[in-house]
Design a protein. Sequence first.
Length: 156
Amino acid sequence: MTMGRFTDKWTGTKHPRTGTRPHPAAELRAALLALNGPHTRFTVREGTAKEKADLVAEFELPAIEVTLKTRMRLNPDAHELRVLEERWEPTADNARRQYGRGPADKVYRQWETTAGPDGRRQKTETSRFSSQDMRAPLQRVVLGAGWTWRGTLLKF
């Protein structure tokens, strides 16, 4: 395995299929913003100067204090979308929130305790969100537009 493929795996970098013609940056931006809608649990918006991003995808689950943010920067010359995936989530003991970055596949669940038909307490899952629920649609749009999804860990 070459070093490039190793770092691609580590950073979550994905390349479009060979022969896919790259779309203009404006079309890619519009397609990413078009992901917003009633059936999407995350939002894609214009990035701010403070975020140092062209676009930002965000998901929040306030009940369990989880925030996922994907900052995206267009590089039209290389047909790459540079991506920094960040997450804020509770620690194992729920004492505080911890920060992480990179393409971690995580599933977040919210539970409710109710009385079952026999009167005994049971846990029922009321909400579930996977980091793939946000990453996969973004990657489909980027790769389908002939651009590389270039994951970054340190410098954005």
